[in-house]
Ligand binder design. Structure first.
Ligand code: S3P
Length: 742
């Protein structure tokens, strides 16, 4: 790539080690400046710089290097910074930008302040997170920064045009540029880079010291090599870094020493449970990190992980499949399993990002959880009062269920906690749980408008209340029942219409009695949960996409296995049947208190209906795909009483109407529903799903009846509820191609 107008004319790179040399090389190779001048106090490195083509010109002195430059980058050992700054101060040009590549930023700022008496607006500290255990100009390579991150730490007064130019320069090397404060940078780097280096140096030194002939290294295999690779890094550079980032590193060392001490104790005492807890938590974190690195986990990549579905029109849907486990039950299995006494085993657990967020949060609160592996999870319950304070915020990704149910549980703990989520979750209303919890005595702070994050203060005794829910919400009901397990007396919740009752059923499964009287469910606080086995059926909400797909696509015949048929969830089947769908319910059974069946669905001529309002809460998550069924039906479909759809992962009424409009289908949006005249042609076009998994999958289904190709943007979140959707859809005959990471 060459840059038409380079961001800088003349760049001086002071210090031609691995990083300085690689930067100079990249600037030259990518045409990011007209001239690159280099200086290094080591004369042989300097002449090598010219010889290897790393720099255009070698300067005789540091002052000579910076004269006439509009960018000066210090790539010297951190402890040499102050001297170099004093040397170049008198010769810096008007309009220059001064930056660096050092691993500690507060120390750079302190050096600048010491030399200049202030932090001038044209000083913009930087740090490329790239390197290798090799050092010196011979190891320099122009590609070193490609696909790496570069952190800039401009102060509040920084020259913004300068920041933009420097950003362009680094982006030109192939890097991604982030900005943050110098202090935060140092804290993060102390934990993620400096501490690991220290431990690697120390371990190799300890082992080498124990074995004078270093015989031991002859037997050292991959584990040793992997773990200690970084102990071959440049000792001078690292000695500088530790001395410069003293405070943050000391905090990291103390933390680590304490944790190591705890592991030592566990081994000494034969405490296998503690070892298993730490190792399984660490493994999960490491697996998650690997996913982050390969861009698979939406929770960290939802900003830049773009997945696009490209749909080809037509096709029939056939086969015999099982969709992944029920999301609602997967969340609850972890929550109740964690609070139970004994070990709970779960089969069919949904390995989607939402339920994994719940699982991770309990690990963060000290619960040992093995798996998930092929849907199997083993939870070592800690009892009602065994949760530990998490070290940081509990990040719940896209999951409204997790956040609302957690609010109930955490309001009753002894410790403080903070719940946060992604951009979509951060817009969703939490006042609906915070308000009744406050009435029980909880202390909860929300952001403006009752939105996340939720800050929950621990140590407040809760008292049971009776609550008449203004909206039919299983999440609110479940939240209050969970809080009620800890509250003094009875907590009862009355719902305006039946909502999913998995919490009530599962509590009974764990031996906790839930009194049910019509629309009211109540629990008496102070009891305990006893571990059990849970078999999570396939999620009817995921099956729904295929129920509609096989109904609308001619020549379809599909069997869906082991689908959860809880009567509070079967609205989609009731509605589709009323529209004329051909759905056969087979092999009905009850497993672990939940009805399950196989469903055979064949193509059918659908007709529009007035959707009965009492079915709305029973099909609340299935409306996006039901709208597609309505478009393919003959006659008018009218939905009312569904304003809740507007506060789901997206405003599902508006987003569906907009997407359909892009495909040439007209609808009438009302405040609490939609009117769809069936029989309209679905054309080709581009649809925005706004990161809402169910919108993405609904339009994928629509392609079966489209006349042209459909592009669906922003589909990464399909992984929240339906990992493997693309593969399964392809297998049944849906013509889908996913671009990006799925
Ligand atoms: C859920 C309840 C429903 C549903 C959500 C899962 C649950 O939300 O939309 O996907 O697991 O309790 P509301 O309680 O907000 O209706």
């Amino acid at each position: 790539m060459s840059v038409a107008q380079p961001p800088f004319h003349r760049v001086a790179v002071i210090g031609l080690g691995l990083i300085g040399g690689s930067l100079a090389s990249a600037i030259r190779k990518q045409g990011l400046a007209e001239v690159v001048v280099g200086f290094d106090a080591r004369r042989d490195e300097l002449s090598l710089g010219v010889e290897l083509g790393v720099i255009d010109l070698a300067a005789d002195s540091v002052e000579g290097a910076v004269a006439g430059c509009d960018l000066v980058v210090l790539a010297v050992p951190v402890r040499a910074t102050r001297q170099v700054l004093s040397d170049i101060k008198p010769v810096l040009e008007e309009g220059v930008i001064l930056s660096d590549v050092g691993s500690t930023k507060s120390s750079f700022v302190a050096d600048v302040e010491a030399v200049f008496g202030e932090l001038p607006s044209w000083v913009i500290p930087g740090h490329p997170i790239a390197g290798s255990e090799k050092s010196g100009i011979r190891a320099a390579q122009a590609e070193l920064f490609a696909n790496h991150k570069v952190i800039l730490t401009p102060a509040d007064n920084a020259n913004q045009a300068g920041v933009a130019r420097l950003k362009r320069l680094w982006e030109g090397t192939g890097a991604t540029v982030l900005t943050m404060s110098a202090a935060y940078h140092d804290e993060v780097l102390a934990a993620t880079s400096h501490l690991p280096h220290l431990i690697a140096f120390s371990l190799v030194d300890t082992l080498a010291g124990e074995d004078e002939n270093m015989d031991i290294f002859r037997y050292a295999a991959g584990g040793f090599r992997d773990f200690t690779r970084i102990a071959a890094s440049d000792p001078v550079m690292w000695h500088d870094i530790f001395l410069s980032n003293r405070e943050a590193v000391l905090r990291g060392i103390d933390h680590f020493t304490e944790d190591l001490g705890r592991l030592r104790c566990a081994i000494a005492n034969g405490d296998g449970a503690e070892l298993l807890r730490v190792f399984s938590r660490a493994k999960a974190a490491r697996d998650h990190f690997s996913k982050m690195l390969s861009g698979q986990a939406y929770v960290t990549t939802n900003i830049d992980n773009q997945v696009t579905f490209h749909m080809q029109p037509g096709g029939a849907v056939n086969g015999d499949i099982r969709v992944p486990g029920d999301k609602s039950m997967s969340h609850r299995s972890i929550m109740l399993g964690a609070l139970a006494e004994g070990t709970t085993e779960v089969k069919g657990f949904l390995e989607g990002e939402d339920s994994l967020a719940t699982l991770q949060a309990f690990r963060d609160m000290g619960v040992t959880i093995e798996g998930p592996e092929e849907g199997f999870v083993r939870i070592h319950g800690v009892g009602m009062n065994g949760l530990q304070a998490p070290r940081g915020q509990l990040y719940l990704g896209n999951s409204g269920t997790a956040m609302r149910l957690f609010a109930g549980l955490l309001a009753a703990q002894k410790f403080d906690s903070e719940l946060s989520g992604d951009a979509s979750l951060s817009k969703r209303p939490m006042g609906r749980v915070a308000d009744p919890l406050r009435a029980m005595g909880a202390v909860i702070e929300t952001a403006d408008g009752g939105r996340p994050p939720l800050k929950i203060r621990g140590g407040h005794e809760l008292t049971g209340i009776h609550y008449e829910m203004p909206v039919a919400s299983a999440q609110v009901k479940s939240c209050l029942l969970l809080a009620g397990l800890y509250a003094e007396g009875v907590t009862s919740v009355t719902e305006p219409a039946p909502t999913r009752d998995h919490t009530e059923r599962m509590l009974e499964g764990f031996g906790y009695h839930v009194h049910r009287d019509g629309a009211t469910a109540s629990v008496t606080g102070g009891g305990k949960l006893t571990a059990c086995s849970i078999d999570v059926p396939a999620d009817i909400s995921s099956a729904a996409f295929f129920l509609v797909a096989a109904s609308i696509a001619e020549g379809s015949d599909l069997t869906l296995r082991h689908v959860g048929m809880n009567p509070t969830r079967v609205g989609v089947i009731n509605i589709l049947k009323q529209m004329g769908a051909n759905i056969e319910v087979m092999n009905e059974s009850v497993i672990g208190g939940e009805p399950v069946a196989d469903l055979r669905v064949r193509s059918a001529a659908l007709r529009g209906i007035e959707i009965p309002e009492e079915q709305v809460p029973l099909a609340i998550d299935e409306f996006p795909v039901l709208f597609i069924a309505a478009v393919c039906a003959e006659g008018r479909t009218v939905l009312r009483g569904a304003e809740e759809l507007r506060v789901k992962e997206s405003d599902r009424i508006q987003v569906m109407a907009d997407g359909l409009a892009n495909l040439g289908v007209e609808t009438t949006v009302t405040s609490d529903g939609i009117i769809i005249d069936g029989g309209q042609e679905i054309g080709s076009g581009t649809v925005e799903s706004y990161g809402d998994h169910r919108i993405s999958m609904s339009f994928a289904v629509a392609s079966l009846r489209a006349t042209g190709a459909i592009r669906i943007n922003d589909c990464a979140n399909v992984a929240t509820s339906f990992p493997g959707f693309v593969e399964l859809a392809l297998k049944t005959g849906i013509r889908i191609n996913a671009e990006g990471n799925d």
